[in-house]
Ligand binder design. Structure first.
Ligand SMILES: C[S@@+](CC[C@H](N)C(=O)[O-])C[C@H]1O[C@@H](n2cnc3c(N)ncnc32)[C@H](O)[C@@H]1O
Length: 261
């Protein structure tokens, strides 16, 4: 199942950076015009939200920042630059990981490293990360219990994971590829089940309006976008966005912080 995700995102990232027609509606609708220049991303976090992640009580990114499903690396690079942390990003998209690497080099984050792989298998030694982050990606991961068990394994004592992700309605995605594989309607229960201590867990305000506006704007811009993005990327984006607007799979978008014992 991760092959479907990887090939879709490979196509998107291959065309994405050179498509102003994509970034303009995304910035305007997904993040209220707030994208830190040079840190473009594919999520719903405004600079304000990234700052909140950076400042989450007890979260230490100063040692090693592990960014799960880092994509093209924007959010992780922003956090690493702000905190002086050493960034390790993991994503199934080879193209995303390459862009993340180039971005980190451009930001002079020389110790940064990026791995192509599934976040359920972190190529990181036990207890060596102080902070783990992830932005708007975990809903796609086919084995979330194993992923959070891995997060707990790599976190040092008192280390924390902070993430945003979409809770899904399992009954709405039972026939849907990727989202239907391991649908989670409450990450807090899962975090506790694997042994993490949940410190905060809340719905992020205004996410639904911004998601509908951003996806609608991208779909409406298809005639302008297709020549810039190409058929593979455009088809991947359209199938995900149209389906999301049609079946409304997301219950909430949550921001969570949890710590190892
Ligand atoms: C919506 S994008 C967000 C990317 C990035 N976090 C950002 O904020 O720009 C979702 C990302 O999740 C990645 N992804 C999905 N499933 C994954 C998995 N099992 N392991 C690693 N990466 C995964 C995709 O390749 C894609 O880059």
């Amino acid at each position: 199942m991760t092959e479907i995700v990887a090939s879709g995102y490979d196509a998107v990232y291959a065309a994405w950076l050179s498509s102003p027609a994509f970034h303009e509606p995304w910035a305007k609708h997904a993040v209220d015009g707030e994208v830190a220049p040079g840190f473009e991303h594919l999520n719903f976090a405004r600079v304000f939200d990234l700052a909140r992640l950076r400042d989450a009580p007890g979260l230490r990114f100063g040692d090693r920042v592990v960014d799960l499903a880092c994509g093209a690396g924007g959010p992780g690079a922003w956090i690493a630059q702000e905190t002086g942390g050493v960034l390790v990003g993991i994503d199934v998209s080879r193209v995303g990981a390459r862009l993340a690497h180039e971005r980190a080099r451009g930001c002079a984050l020389f110790g940064a490293g990026f791995v192509v792989g599934d976040v359920a298998h972190l190529p990181i030694a036990d207890a060596c990360a102080a902070g783990v982050m992830s932005m708007d990606s975990l809903q796609y991961v086919p084995d979330k219990r194993t992923t959070f068990t891995e997060v707990l394994r790599v976190l040092g004592e008192g280390g924390r994971v902070a993430f945003t992700a979409f809770e899904v309605y399992p009954e709405r995605v039972s026939e849907v590829p990727v989202l239907g594989v391991d649908p989670i309607d409450d990450y807090a229960t899962l975090l506790r089940d694997v042994g993490l201590i949940v410190e905060s867990y809340e719905e992020t305000p205004g996410w639904r309006d911004r998601l509908v506006a951003a996806y609608s704007a991208v779909l409406a811009a298809e005639p302008r976008l297709r020549p810039q993005l190409g058929d593979n990327a455009m088809d991947a984006l359209m199938s995900e966005m149209a389906l999301t607007l049609q079946i409304e799979p997301y219950r909430r978008r949550v921001f969570a912080v949890a710590r190892a014992r």
